[in-house]
Design a binder for this molecule. Structure first.
Ligand code: AP5
Length: 215
């Protein structure tokens, strides 16, 4: 099964993709994570992407589509793919069709996380992760059980994304409205879009997605 999780910054795409990886053995293909890894490693892609990401704008279609094709080849044909944060433009949607068909894959669902944008700023600016294992936390919604200590690995250092400040979040939202939301009708016309209330509790969102995948 191959699915797209679609929604604005902070809608919960990464959160739900992680659950699907754990529970169904699918593979999460997050272009944001791939780009952040490239920035950290100082690769040519990372060097090009850093300033664009820090400004909350979109990296070039060609770069992200190449990353997705490479990742699909690396993971092999047997596991299902969760596209998280890709496609984000009409050109990327077109590339994804070509990438999938070249590998004998088809798209099964486009799951749109329907959210209230104003609430997302709080979600994003409160988010932090364990610097050692990457476990995600939130100032309001999910604090470590022991203050300052990661529940999963015991790490004591935490980090925040450089693009998770209120001003950049507004730019990321504007990019979503201008370039990503317009691709929904492409998938609606193909009968692939399923809407889920992304403002519900994380467990409820996961249950709604599970119901779609199991239907
Ligand atoms: P990317 O990393 O994809 O960021 P994003 O789309 O802005 O999405 P986020 O990771 O911020 O949010 P999310 O929906 O995954 O939410 P999460 O689950 O973490 O992209 C970053 C940048 O990379 C882009 O700006 C661009 O520059 C570049 N880029 C990436 N892909 C690209 C592409 N295809 N083309 C061009 N450029 C690209 O949840 C957020 C918080 O809310 C968490 O703290 C979580 O715990 C909490 N939360 C989640 N669900 C709930 C819930 N139901 N209730 C309460 N809290 C919740």
């Amino acid at each position: 099964m191959n699915i797209i999780l679609l929604g604005p910054p902070g809608a919960g795409k990464g959160t739900q993709a992680s659950k699907l990886v754990e529970e169904r053995g699918m593979v999460q293909l997050s272009t944001g994570d791939m780009l952040r890894a490239a920035v950290k490693a100082g690769t040519p892609v990372g060097l090009k992407a850093k300033a664009v990401m820090d400004a909350g704008q979109l990296v070039s279609d060609e770069i992200v589509s190449d990353l997705i094709g490479d990742k699909l080849d690396e993971m092999g044909p047997d596991k299902g793919a969760i596209f998280d944060g890709y496609p984000r433009t009409a050109a990327q949607a077109e590339s994804l069709d070509a990438i999938l068909s070249a590998r004998g894959r088809t798209l099964d669902h486009v799951i749109e996380l329907d959210v209230d944008e104003d609430a997302l700023v709080e979600r994003i600016t409160g988010r932090f992760t364990c610097a050692k294992c990457g476990e995600g936390y939130h100032d309001t919604f999910k604090q470590p059980k022991t203050e300052g200590v990661c529940d999963v690995c015991g790490g004591t250092e935490f980090k925040r994304r450089p693009d998770d400040n209120a001003e950049t979040v507004r730019t990321r939202m504007a990019e979503y409205r201008a370039k990503t939301a317009p691709i929904l009708p492409i998938y609606e016309a193909r009968g692939l879009v399923k809407r889920v209330d992304g403002m519900a509790d994380m467990g409820e969102v996961a249950a709604s997605i599970a119901a779609i995948l199991d239907a």
